[in-house]
Design a protein around this ligand. Sequence first.
Ligand code: PEP
Ligand code: MG
Length: 569
Amino acid sequence: MQKLQGIPASSGIAIGPIFIYQPVTPIVERRTIADPAAELARLEAVIVTAGHELEALKIKTQAAVGTEEAQIFEVHRMFLEDAAFAGEIKEAIETGKINAEAAVSQTVTALVEQFEALDDDYFRQRAADIKDVGQRLLRLLSGAGGSSLAELTTPAIILAADLTPSDTATVDREMVLGFGTATGGATSHTAILSRSLGIPAVVGLGPAALDLAPTDQLILDGGSGEVWVNPDPATITAFEQRRQAQLQDQAEALRHAHQPAITTDGRQVEIAANIGSLADAKHAIEMGAEGVGLLRTEFLFLERSTLPGEEEQYQVLRTIADVFQQRPLIVRTLDAGGDKQIPYLDMPAEQNPFLGRRAIRLTLAEPQLFQAQLRAILRAGHERNIKIMFPMISSLSELRQARAQLDQAQAALAAAQIPQAESPEVGIMVEIPSAAIMADALAPLVDFFSIGTNDLAQYTLAADRTNPLVAPLADPLHPAVLRLIRQVIEAGHAHGKWVGMCGELAGNPLAVPVLLGLGLDEFSMTASAIPAAKALIRTLSVPQAQQLAHTCLQLTDLAEVQQFLSQPF
Ligand code: PEP
Ligand code: MG
């Protein structure tokens, strides 16, 4: 029984068959060709194969899901016969004398642009279909086998080199038992998304994970990071029992998830959710979220090929805010860069993307982009409880510039008599060590702080959160990070400002008592962690948590902190 060790990313146990996901994003080179007939023949051949693939998928989906769901593959198949699609590609080869790949790419781009410009959901969906068919043709032209997550029709544990946030977000929850990736760290955005989907995940398993045979069976423990290959029956039984027990605990916590988190001595803290989409918003409500401590707006920019305009952003934000009614919704302005690249923003390649033009640095450099987003947020905040938060603030001057941009957006809306949020609260993420150290100077300029421990840990410990070789070093329980957290909470409170946390630490059961003891006012976490966090807080008293925090903050080594917090108290 082979065992692999990775980094625990999303707790829970998965047992089942594997599906090795090998996405292919073929690089399309444009070549002039001498023999269009040969290119046309290549194209015809892959069109036939694509037709067979789609037919097979349709039959599989019909049996596994239903006739209606299977229809989508019929639509894709029809594109292969369509004059405006297949016909255009052939035309481009014949008249443009270009290779088949370039002809596919050029036709798909043009059609997608036309459809997306049509501000209509139906046509937008068709644009996504055209892209999908285009990818299928390019994959077949490149000769790569490959597979797509959408083609999964039986539940399996997905193994991949890495998953992009859009892979993880678009996956059919019903078909995924768990995720395992060769690369990545616990606070990489793929790991965060797995947690928000409540799917067990282990990241950073190393290349061996991709050498497994498609027939192998696995046990994946997202809590410990362990993965067993072809486990024996006794091991399977033991893990199945643990899985059932965990599911029962979760169900028990869920029963009380809609009640507040009040300590045994009567202190109530706010438990909010981190979300990235409308689907997350609905899930968060089901899990008992009392609001949103972090809306990662960048996820509204991924999975598309053009920049969403002000109106579109406004509509999405409004819809999400309405799910929460009058509960607070903290909208963070765009945090693109780092491991969240947005291709159509034309972001230049950087040596160190996490130290590059990310988040507020990008939006300050692109005022048009920033204004459109700020206006959309302000408009959505009209008669709704929206707060605005700036990511990656590293200095007072940066915060002043961001606030000046906000003033400008407010003034422009007022001048045009467009309804907007009335004096929304404005806060910052404290996720760069310089901001934590300068928290007392920043506090007078904000209404709140939200501590981003994912980045605060990676920047404090100089360890890339997505690199499995060093990601475990960026542990937010490190004493250096805990001291910064204490400093930020104290500075905020000294200026009468509330302090929350939206880094993954806020939902970590080991950390919750310490954070409570340090006086954290708001805990914002992945929705699936909410029921257990609330249940835990209900067992604690403030003096007990303060005592625990006091002792913990005297420790000087990460291992000591981990060991200390793992003991029952
Ligand atoms: C953080 O850095 O802790 C955070 C919440 O932001 P993100 O994970 O989106 O970088
Ligand atoms: Mg961050």
